[in-house]
Design a protein around this ligand. Sequence first.
Ligand SMILES: NC(=O)c1ccc[n+]([C@@H]2O[C@H](COP(=O)([O-])OP(=O)(O)OC[C@H]3O[C@@H](n4cnc5c(N)ncnc54)[C@H](O)[C@@H]3O)[C@@H](O)[C@H]2O)c1
Length: 440
Amino acid sequence: MKPSNANSRRDFMKTAALATAGATMLNPISIPGAYAAGSDVIKIALIGCGGRGTGAAFQAFETGHNLKLVAMADAFEDQLEDSYSKLLQKFGKEKVDVPQERKFTGFDAYKNAIKEADVVLIATPPGFRPTHFEEAINQNKQVFMEKPVATDATGIRKVLEVAEKAKAKKLNVVVGLQRRYQDNYIETIKRIHDGAIGDIVGGQVFWNGGGVWVRERQPGQTEMEYQMRNWYYFNWLCGDHIVEQHVHNIDVANWVKGSYPVKAEGTGGRLIRTGKDNGEIFDHHVVLFTYDDGTVIHSECRHFPGVHNRVDESFQGTKGRTFMHAGNHGVLWDAKGNELYKHNGEHNANPYQTEHNELFGAIVKGEYKFADAENAAKSTMTAIMGRYATYSGKIINWDEALNSEVELMPDTLDWNAMPKVVPGEDGYYPHAIPGKTKVI
Ligand SMILES: NC(=O)c1ccc[n+]([C@@H]2O[C@H](COP(=O)([O-])OP(=O)(O)OC[C@H]3O[C@@H](n4cnc5c(N)ncnc54)[C@H](O)[C@@H]3O)[C@@H](O)[C@H]2O)c1
């Protein structure tokens, strides 16, 4: 380790600490040579060691920068150990430097892991995101966190508040809305914003898929453990699939429009997803989002196996139309159907990797470049507003949605504490009934 680089890195980290203390804020960008020679180790902590968290750690290492995983946190020891052995096998003990005393489990594990690191990767179920993000920023860490960033309006208000703190401290925050880091989306939407198809006046966004895993109840589990393991099916943890998955496509609509909708109305329910292990979430939502210029975007998400499916985005402008798809497509046509632009996706980088290349690229140079949390919070809020509309059957306005006081998180996080939604005597969970359910 070259002392000069070590000092640069420490100065960069110290800059944020000074900002917290209310001292005159230095601009990290002005600090020369932070991590320049790549000889100064960046310490990372992983919070939430499941599929995506393990993937994010892989991608962090694949940036090629000098990183060390120094701490891991998960609610469950088996999850943590599984992730640890995969990472150890691939990257070795030098890089995966997580001895027993830096493996943390349980609900408070995140606090201890965050302390050990310069950069925190957060990939728990989204209900915990506001608390974990707040702790990371309070501890002056740079952050990669997965989408969605909350499951209710209370969580969103917290993320918006913490996003401002992160900006004031000049801490980089990248959020895993990876279409924002994917060439076909970037290039196509740049052309839309340059006027290629006129003003956007309508659109359709879809996440119609076959569904996701179910983790069945095991003997001896408390209700809390069962819900935590089978998290997709409980709103306090997941937000329902309109929030958990469809936020990607809804975020594309907000990106294309350059704003957030003022109201939502919609319909949804449970046709196929009706088992005891299917918790409380719906299996389909259809929402109309209206923007302040009157543009209406049709949003549709569905978990029906064995039917026609699509995950993509289309928009109509006053001079043409467009179609985009995560499989590297981006096409623009004029009003007569002549092709104006087609993205050649052959050499597109993997956007999951690009997110990490960009984040760690900025960090090694001592740059402050990424403030993704505010948009991620507002796009997550858009999806939550859609859920409020389908659950209640009412027209929901942005301001009333954002100010909703209906809190989903349990009052106490403990393996023996009770979540707010529990099964009835028949073993089935209550779910929203439009016309009866209150969301505001
Ligand atoms: N950007 C994308 O395309 C993409 C893809 C997949 C998942 N995700 C997101 O990543 C997140 C995780 O999804 P996943 O598929 O990895 O789920 P997963 O179930 O595989 O992993 C979640 C992990 O978090 C742990 N966990 C739960 N509560 C915790 C807590 N309070 N503290 C610490 N750890 C806790 C779980 O035990 C589990 O190991 C979700 O927000 C999901 O939406 C994003």
